[in-house]
Design a protein around this ligand. Structure first.
Ligand SMILES: [Zn+2]
Length: 175
């Protein structure tokens, strides 16, 4: 029996909001604003997401919980679906997610005190769930370099869809 190892390094970059360019900051601020609209009476976990598409448009989404739970809409899903409605290219360029428990985070940048930078992947705040990573990947059109931003504790964590979801199921798997 021969055994082969397939490895994939995963990188997450951490920076301050002020280090981002204008377009990146705009994307995060749209996500932060969307988070304030979240409907989360059961989990009290608020999430806002913003998608930058290939036309340069930004669409927003927030989580919308229903008491049945299974019918809950995730913020990233809402933002991607809004992009499909409003955009022409339907190609995702970048996604920003801002989230956290209600009462601890409230949107505007001045309310994000900088804590300690996390030490492990498990501690990165407000990552997209597997359900949403799959939804995002569907509209990346095979582009592994699409950036994912998460902003929750004063720091911005940046990775790519290729790093966040290394073993992807995509349209080509249906062929
Ligand atoms: Zn999700």
């Amino acid at each position: 029996m021969s055994v082969r190892a397939l490895s994939h390094p995963i990188s997450v970059f951490v920076c301050g909001f002020e280090e981002l360019d204008e377009q990146e900051q705009a994307l995060l601020l749209v996500a932060a604003d969307a988070m304030t609209k979240a409907q989360a009476p059961y989990s009290h976990y608020l999430v806002g997401a913003a998608v930058l598409d290939g036309d340069g448009h930004i669409t927003a989404g927030c989580n919308v919980e229903r008491c049945t739970y299974t019918q809950t809409t995730h913020a990233e899903q809402a933002a991607v679906d809004a992009m499909v409605v409003h955009g022409k290219s339907r190609k995702i360029q970048a996604v920003a997610v801002v989230g956290g428990p209600d009462g601890t985070i409230n949107g505007p940048i001045e309310r994000f005190p900088k804590g300690e930078v996390v030490a492990s992947f498990d501690e990165i705040p407000a990552p997209s769930c597997g359900h949403c990573l799959q939804i995002i990947w569907e509209n990346c059109r095979g582009d592994n370099k699409v950036k994912l931003y998460s902003w929750a504790d004063g720091w911005v964590y940046i990775t790519t869809i290729g790093d966040a979801l290394p073993m992807k199921f995509g349209p080509n798997d249906l062929l």
